[in-house]
Ligand binder design. Structure first.
Ligand SMILES: N[C@@H]1O[C@H](COP(=O)(O)O)[C@@H](O)[C@H]1O
Length: 195
């Protein structure tokens, strides 16, 4: 199965996933394209160093969609994985890839999700609420932020004196341990949503 990873930032999840699937062809997953909405995203260097082609999309192209859909077709992309991608996914892409776009959110949805809830904002809100645990949510993507059907969740206990940065560190470790595994499972299940 040929996947494209969409990113906006440093790309630690993309790095873990590309390294895993390049080292384990038996997983049946090939990262064939990295798409970024930021020309300065560190993830672009991660991809270049690993021989994965990349594409930077401008807002105008994103809104129109033609060039992006053509590129996804040119690379025969079967499945899209969002890893720290901050733009809302437009209807044309959700329709072109029904139940074939997933995202990872660094909190236990439905709490601490939605527009503006990304990166350190999430962990600061979890801290401010005095939560004793946080975690990750992997979900299908629809046209609303963080609202698609949940595929997988995992939690981590927090210490009372954890800072938002420490919470982010604990959660990112969970992301790196689980995201590629859940993607592999979906691929091995033929990308069919769980009944
Ligand atoms: N959506 C969130 O954005 C962050 C991306 O990190 P990276 O993969 O760019 O390091 C991750 O915490 C992810 O959950």
């Amino acid at each position: 199965t040929r996947i494209a990873i969409f990113v906006s930032g440093g790309g630690s999840n993309a790095r873990v996933m590309i390294d895993r699937f390049q080292a384990h062809p038996e997983d049946g997953v090939e990262v064939v394209l990295l798409v970024s909405n930021k020309a300065t995203a560190g993830a672009l260097t991660v991809a270049a160093e690993r021989g994965v082609p990349s594409l930077v999309v401008k807002r105008s192209e994103w809104t129109a969609g033609t060039e992006l859909l053509e590129a996804l077709e040119a690379y025969s992309v079967d499945f899209i994985v969002l890893a720290g991608f901050l733009w809302l996914i437009p209807a044309y892409l959700v329709q072109a890839y029904p139940n074939r776009i997933v995202n990872i959110h660094p909190a236990l949805l439905p709490q601490y999700g939605g527009k503006g809830m990304y990166g350190h904002h999430v962990h600061a809100a979890v801290k401010a609420a005095g939560e004793t645990e946080s975690g990750i949510t992997i979900h299908y993507v629809n046209e609303n932020y963080d609202e698609g059907n949940i595929i997988y969740q995992a939690a981590v206990r927090l210490d009372a004196d954890d800072t938002p940065e420490k919470i982010a560190e604990r959660v990112l470790r969970l992301e790196h341990a689980n995201y590629w595994r859940v993607v592999r499972q979906l691929v091995q299940r033929g990308l069919r949503p769980q009944q």
